[in-house]
Design a protein around this ligand. Structure first.
Ligand code: HEC
Length: 120
């Protein structure tokens, strides 16, 4: 009997850890799942064919990510990213919020955003 109780407890803990994983911040998601292809500072990584993101406006980033999510991961353009986002969502339960992720990338990496921060 004790065995079953501790087993149930383990399953409960695994569930907790999983739901916690779905709550990562954009910075954590970026560092874990985006950086390797898009660079530490969004400068891009040619070795992984990841384009730079630090030269894009919030709107461009937002539109791109909306497109990638809305096309239901079916379209053939943007194959690499569609694959990425699908794996994140279906295997890890992490759904990117295009709005807040676009802002995170822009304000963290875009030199234009850094400039306007300084002038304030
Ligand atoms: C395995 C490498 C890889 C990873 C990991 C990756 N990307 Fe990408 N990303 C790409 C490639 C390659 C492209 C270019 C389009 C394509 O082929 O999908 C791209 C395109 C993009 C674009 C559109 C940029 C443009 O110029 O059109 C955005 C925005 C983006 N990625 C955001 C992210 C975010 C946010 C993450 C983390 C959740 C991420 N990427 C993780 C490889 C990657």
């Amino acid at each position: 009997m004790k065995k079953y109780i501790s087993m149930a407890f383990c399953i409960f803990i695994i569930g907790m850890v999983n739901s916690y994983a779905a709550d990562l911040s954009n910075a954590q998601i970026y560092g874990k799942y985006c950086k390797k292809c898009h660079g530490i500072n969004g400068e891009g990584n040619p070795a992984k064919k990841g384009p730079a993101l630090n030269d894009k406006s919030i709107n461009e980033l937002f539109d791109e990510m909306m497109n990638l999510q809305e096309k239901g991961f079916e379209s053939t353009k943007h194959e690499a990213m569609q694959h990425n986002l699908k794996v994140l969502e279906q295997k890890k339960g992490i759904k990117i919020d295009p709005d807040s992720m676009a802002k995170y990338i822009y304000y963290s990496f875009n030199p234009e955003a850094k400039k306007s921060n300084k002038s304030k």
